[in-house]
Design a protein around this ligand. Structure first.
Ligand SMILES: *[C@@H]1O[C@H](CO)[C@@H](O)[C@H](O)[C@H]1NC(C)=O
Ligand SMILES: *[C@@H]1O[C@H](CO)[C@@H](O)[C@H](O)[C@H]1NC(C)=O
Ligand SMILES: *[C@@H]1O[C@H](CO)[C@@H](O)[C@H](O)[C@H]1NC(C)=O
Ligand SMILES: *[C@@H]1O[C@H](CO)[C@@H](O)[C@H](O)[C@H]1NC(C)=O
Ligand SMILES: *[C@@H]1O[C@H](CO)[C@@H](O)[C@H](O)[C@H]1NC(C)=O
Length: 237
């Protein structure tokens, strides 16, 4: 019994390694009376997301992992405190800086014309760092969330280049367009690697976490996002 379970696990792990090296990762299950957490494969960009949340001090630890879009690209993960999609997102962006060291910088994606580095977010970043290996970039961070933020609208992205220390616009492929979701901090998602906390499509979900509202408004968010990306292009090039 134990042997065959191990065997099955081994085969699953190997299969994962073969299919997508980028998303194989270790998941440590959070535990404790006031701790929730999980590990998931995000539904786009071959990204994965591990998290642990301590309710008593509203501390969220995250590991975001994604393959780079190109060797000198960037990866990003962020929280939209007041809505869904890119606009309003407070994003951590990891890349290799001009002097060659890996950095994680904070950006406010506040409006179409304002994508600015900041040192202030709605949530507090206690620490953050990037790790790189085999074309895969990780963002590890410890955040303190506002107490009322029990549902997190998360947004993630990868981009092809960094120029003069600034992340350049990402692609407009469908995979790039659907990189957003909702994370419910109240519920531990076990460790089911395939299902787990893979967020539901975030269109129209809002802070309520109401999943059924998802599909009806996703297209309008989609076009807003598209416009946003166009503006980003204008801004950066
Ligand atoms: C868990 O939360 C409850 C209610 O806030 C608190 O009374 C308890 O001390 C907490 N336990 C731990 C281990 O922090
Ligand atoms: C929050 O509580 C957990 C569990 O007690 C602890 O490990 C962690 O260091 C705390 N975080 C902060 C920022 O105080
Ligand atoms: C979110 O809304 C709050 C309250 O309306 C506001 O203070 C805060 O600046 C907003 N955050 C962002 C990133 O827009
Ligand atoms: C690169 O610059 C950052 C600050 O911008 C600094 O913290 C870091 O140590 C520098 N790395 C190297 C290798 O010089
Ligand atoms: C997997 O996710 C789907 C959609 O969120 C859910 O309906 C289903 O119950 C989940 N399955 C497991 C085993 O968690």
């Amino acid at each position: 019994m134990a042997y065959s379970l191990l065997h099955l696990l081994f085969i699953s792990v190997i299969t994962f390694l073969l299919i997508s090296p980028s998303i194989s990762h270790h998941c440590s299950y959070p535990s404790g009376p006031n701790v929730t957490g999980g590990c998931s494969h995000l539904p786009s960009l071959k990204a994965s997301f591990d998290w642990a949340y301590t309710a008593t001090n509203t501390t969220l630890s995250i590991t975001f992992t994604a393959p780079l879009a190109s060797p000198h690209g960037w990866v990003s993960w962020g929280i939209n405190p007041n809505g869904t999609g890119m606009i309003g997102t407070e994003a951590l962006i990891a890349f290799k800086d001009t002097n060659g060291s890996l950095v994680v910088k904070k950006y406010n994606l506040n409006s179409y014309k304002s994508v600015v580095e900041t040192d202030r977010f709605t949530y507090k970043v206690l620490d953050s760092k990037a790790k790189y290996s085999n074309n895969v970039m990780k963002i590890l961070a410890t955040l303190v969330l506002p107490a009322q933020m029990t549902t997190v609208n998360q947004v993630w992205q990868v981009g092809p280049a960094v120029k003069d220390g600034r992340p350049m616009m990402h692609k407009l492929d469908p995979d790039n367009m659907k990189s957003k979701g909702t994370l419910n901090l109240a519920t531990t998602s076990g460790g089911d690697e395939n299902n787990a906390t893979a967020p539901s499509p975030a269109g129209g979900v809002g802070q309520s976490g109401n999943k059924s509202g998802g599909s009806s408004t996703i297209w309008s968010n989609y076009s807003i996002f598209y416009v946003f990306v166009m503006f980003l292009g204008v801004l950066f090039f």
